[in-house]
Write a protein that binds this ligand. Structure first.
Ligand SMILES: CC(C)(COP(=O)(O)OP(=O)(O)OC[C@H]1O[C@@H](n2cnc3c(N)ncnc32)[C@H](O)[C@@H]1OP(=O)(O)O)[C@@H](O)C(=O)NCCC(=O)NCCS
Length: 143
């Protein structure tokens, strides 16, 4: 795969959400049904989908006020396409669309280090009220 051949799509009307949901469910990043997943993306300020040879190979989204703050969620790359730079393209395409904003995210403990590699700084003062707190405790997001 050549990264230059990736098609960047930011319009929800142009993608099949069965495909999007399949990628997110595969990693356990979501257990939503497809219509609900579609609503989640449509309600987001930025959506990015990368298509390669008629297949969605990467997805991501950000919620934002469009001026001051944005938060990134649901970054995922189709398994057989990981490690080829697609994740970085998704992040860069999202960042372009929230230029000027402070951008935050939290990641699964297994990806600690990845976002520093991509230029994010570790935060010392973040707090969250998690829906389904037990899951996040078990997975090591919180103590
Ligand atoms: C996380 C994910 C989106 C990354 O996408 P990807 O396309 O595989 O990533 P890329 O190929 O763009 O980038 C990988 C780079 O990060 C580096 N990297 C990966 N893990 C790292 C870590 N823990 N610490 C530092 N660097 C790391 C790699 O060495 C590589 O560097 P290089 O491009 O300079 O060679 C993808 O692996 C994925 O879909 N994972 C499963 C879904 C998931 O858990 N998503 C949640 C993320 S919050």
């Amino acid at each position: 795969m050549n990264i230059k051949d990736l098609e960047v799509i930011d319009n929800c009307d142009e993608v099949d959400f069965e495909e999007v949901n399949h990628i997110l469910n595969f990693y356990g990043l979501s257990d939503l049904d497809t219509p609900t997943q579609e609503k989640v993306f449509r309600n987001s300020y930025v959506t990015v989908f990368l298509r390669y040879e008629d297949k969605i190979v990467g997805v991501g989204r950000a919620i934002s006020d469009g001026i001051t703050h944005a938060s990134i969620y649901n970054i995922a790359v189709r398994d057989e396409y990981r490690g080829q730079g697609i994740g970085k393209v998704i992040i860069d395409e999202i960042l372009k669309r929230v230029k000027g904003c402070t951008v935050t995210l939290y990641t699964h403990p297994r990806h600690i280090g990845l976002y520093e590699h991509w230029g994010f700084r570790r935060m010392k003062t973040s707090y969250a009220i998690f829906h389904n707190e037990g899951y996040y405790e078990k997975q090591g997001f919180i103590e």
